[in-house]
Design a protein around this ligand. Sequence first.
Ligand SMILES: [Ca+2]
Ligand SMILES: [Ca+2]
Length: 273
Amino acid sequence: MRRGVLVVLTLLGILSCLSPAAGPSLFLIHAYGQDAKSITPRITATEPAALASGSKVTLKVRGFELKGATELRLVRPAEAGGTDSNAAPIRVEIKETKDAGQAKGLDNKLVGGTQLVAELTLPDDLPAGIYDYVIVTPAGEAKEKIRVLAPDSVLDEKESNNGFDEAQELTLGKYSRGSIQSDKDVDVFALPTQAGQQLKITLISGGPLLIDAQLDCYDSRRQFLASCDDEKSRDPVATFKTLADGIVYICVSSAHDIGGEWHSYLLAVEDVK
Ligand SMILES: [Ca+2]
Ligand SMILES: [Ca+2]
């Protein structure tokens, strides 16, 4: 009998934890967690997805609490003359900070509702690599990394490139910088290859929270070779071995057919054998 009461009381205890009364408090903890996160400046996407040295570029950055930002600093690494006072400066001018529009199909609470536009002048001698950058805002600093490429290693995507017949030529070891700028946009690249090459095709998006990119690869007969949606993150990596000489078509798209602002990417093709 006493054991039965104990069982009943235990069950009541479990049920009370699962009751609606417990629900709102759990929900509030979650909501406060989101709010606490959102007041810290944070970067969620850039356009373009990478920079090239020796050029003047307009960089758009999206994230949390970027409105009112006063400074963007791209940090020259020590091995790239970071401590050398004679090294050419990386000039940055913030042009605008404002509320960002609604991200397509996403909640701004997840991807940030602010943005900034800056103009960067990158010296010719700035070595390729992954650079840290800092955005200084009234609410604190936001830090992220961005890739800087040698100008001769990058090819900007050119529309229209939406099908095999309009594919844009890309060569091994080079990058293509582009964007899925509208819904259902597909960017097709034609890569000349030889039989037996071990290809690794990597897509690095400007903001994996905003674009869920997909890679699909076909041979010169337009037969399917490989595809990838997500790898370690939502950015895809496709690896496969070529069986014959000829063109490999690389198709970049959104896994959800959503394009627009903040859907920038950098595509890298390597022979990893
Ligand atoms: Ca495009
Ligand atoms: Ca296209």
